[in-house]
Design a protein around this ligand. Structure first.
Ligand SMILES: C[S@@+](CC[C@H](N)C(=O)[O-])C[C@H]1O[C@@H](n2cnc3c(N)ncnc32)[C@H](O)[C@@H]1O
Length: 394
């Protein structure tokens, strides 16, 4: 962030402390404008050559920080989380963003590429609908990049791709409105580096995490970074510290990753309820939790009304709530209902620090304080960060 004649300038492709010539790219608001650093006059010691030839000013908008060392990227992410918690929740928290194994490239096991009118795939420029045609995307795992970028997709608007732990590549063509047109599954002999392959390939796509295998629906939700599921399960388990006989809610459960991993600790007398809106993810969760009689899957929307009904039906207050909402976060209404249910621990997994900070503030007003926070660099080269927060009764 720079200042010019009293106005704020948000500068992409620069690093804190650098002197640079910038080109204004957007000037629509009285208080601020946006710009790209086009010539760096005094580089930061943390500046590096961008590994991806498609990134940089005016080019692919997929990555934000290809020009920074991975250590600097993690420092910047920690600063962002810290600033959001200060600004939105009034908290002063030390934040460390931890590195995941595998390096900063070839970590993306799920991606959506856009397709132009001629059928050529690529990614969009930053804050633009313009497409940058690509022959490679170095943050995407090789089999996924090759499956999409080595061919044309006439008639499609976008393509979703996912690669599982045994190398099965699933592509889903989407029309120009984002509706799925068709899905194709390709088996490959090469597993994803960083994910141990399951002993037996299970189901249509198979992921290995937390010491066991999981079925996932095609290009459906699974943690994108090959090491993220293990790291997040460990952090959630540590924060939740589930005891035998406890009741655990796993909200926004996807294929049941956290609920399935926590169920053994709740034991035969415990209860784990996974709540998920997407029917295909619920079907995968049912399969994944089949061997855990204390775990169940409830299909439904997590909103204030649905949650109130669920808590009534449950008949007992949850001891632990794990929630892993999409970027928009759980929101104030859901956070208030959860806090009022009086769990001894709320473990909030968040991919948007601003949404997390807003909801932490609501939990604070409702009697739950932030007791611990871990950050993970689950999206290297981008400004995105995954956080696992523990809230306990104040
Ligand atoms: C970030 S993913 C988390 C999945 C799972 N915890 C995991 O780590 O694999 C969020 C999930 O929430 C689901 N979801 C989104 N909005 C929802 C809502 N309002 N109610 C219930 N589930 C929702 C999505 O379908 C998705 O599976």
């Amino acid at each position: 962030m720079a200042r010019h004649e009293g106005r704020v300038v948000f500068v992409r492709h620069a690093l804190p402390g650098e002197r640079a010539v910038v080109r204004v790219t957007e000037d629509r608001q009285p208080g601020f404008c946006r710009a790209d650093a086009v010539t760096v006059l005094e580089p930061s010691p943390e500046r590096v050559q961008r590994p991806c030839p498609h990134s940089g000013p005016g080019r692919c908008g997929g990555c934000d920080w290809q020009h920074a060392t991975p250590a600097e990227q993690r420092r910047l992410k920690a600063a962002v989380v810290r600033e959001q918690l200060a600004r939105l929740a009034g908290l002063d928290v030390e934040v460390v963003v931890e590195e995941l194994p595998g390096g900063p490239l070839r970590w993306r096991t799920r991606a959506r590429f856009a397709v132009d009118r001629s059928g050529a795939p690529g990614l969009r420029r930053h804050r633009s609908h313009d497409l940058v045609l690509l022959d490679d995307c170095p943050i995407t795992v090789e089999p996924a990049a090759r499956a999409v970028l080595d061919r044309r997709w006439p008639g499609a608007g976008a393509v979703d791709v996912a690669v599982d732990s045994v190398g099965t590549v699933t592509t889903t063509r989407l029309d120009r409105r984002g509706k799925p047109q068709s899905t194709r599954v390709l088996r490959s002999a090469r597993p994803i580096p960083g994910e141990d392959a399951p002993a037996e390939p299970a189901g249509r796509t198979a992921r290995h995490a937390a010491g066991r295998d999981w079925e996932v629906e095609g290009t459906g939700f699974w943690q994108v970074h090959p090491a993220a599921a293990d790291a997040l399960v460990a952090a959630v388990g540590e924060h939740a510290a589930v005891r035998p006989g406890e009741t655990v809610l796993d909200l926004y459960a996807g294929a049941g990753l956290f609920g399935g991993a926590l169920a053994p600790a709740a034991g035969a007398d415990g209860r784990v309820v996974c709540v998920e809106a997407d029917p295909a993810a619920c079907a995968a969760a049912e399969a994944n939790l089949a061997g855990l009689p204390q775990a169940e899957v409830w299909q439904g929307e997590v909103d204030a009304e649905g949650l109130t009904g669920l808590l009534e039906e449950l008949g007992t207050a949850p001891d632990v709530v794990v929630l892993d909402p999409p970027r928009a976060g759980a929101g104030p209404a859901v956070s208030r209902v959860l806090a009022a249910a009086g769990p001894r621990a709320v473990v909030y997994v968040a991919c948007d620090p601003a949404s997390l900070a807003r909801d932490v503030a609501v939990f604070g007003e409702s009697g739950h304080r932030l007791a611990a926070l871990r950050g993970f660099d689950a999206f290297p080269m981008t400004s995105h960060v995954e956080c696992v927060a523990l809230l306990v009764p104040a």
